[in-house]
Ligand binder design. Structure first.
Ligand code: CMP
Length: 140
């Protein structure tokens, strides 16, 4: 399988509870490497732009509010099949459906406050990485 890069966000519900290190450890244990990382506080406009694809969904307003409420940690994860592997480690969007051993099973509070975000396909991974990182910040 090819080496890929994917975007990961550790969301405010997790940074607030001081879970950043535990979550990063789960990525690393799964064979993913953190090749870029920063802690930032999104404005509502930035969160809205990032999630623009969900603009018409009923949960959009709450999602933007939650994502801009407190800091997030944005990261680029690299590894073999990183996009699918990251989604496997995260678990299902709704923690009630997440498998044992996944981040969302362990830490998510609800479908909205679900601790982590991960790109869902190669094209979105490329776009989402470029949303947060300049090429010079991807140090490998
Ligand atoms: P994420 O993987 O970041 O992508 C979109 C986010 O919208 C999702 O995780 C959840 O945080 C949030 N969300 C809130 N309600 C829903 C819902 N009913 N279905 C999907 N996503 C939801």
């Amino acid at each position: 399988m090819a080496i890929e890069r994917t975007l990961s966000i550790i969301k405010p519900d997790a940074t607030r509870r001081n879970l950043t290190g535990k979550i990063v450890a789960m990525f690393e244990e799964a064979g993913l490497r953190v090749v870029a990382s920063k802690r930032i506080h999104l404005t509502p406009a930035q969160a809205g732009q990032f999630y623009a694809v969900h603009k018409e969904r009923p949960f959009y307003g709450e999602l933007v509010e939650q994502m801009s409420a407190e800091p997030v940690v944005v990261q680029v994860l690299e590894g073999e099949g990183a996009i699918a592997k990251n989604r496997e480690v995260m678990g299902a969007t709704n923690p009630a459906q997440a498998d044992e051993g996944t981040i969302r099973k362990a830490f998510a509070l609800s479908v909205g406050e679900n601790s982590v975000h991960g790109s869902d396909a190669p094209e979105t991974a490329k776009e989402e990485i470029a949303f947060f990182f300049a090429g010079i910040e991807l140090v490998g």
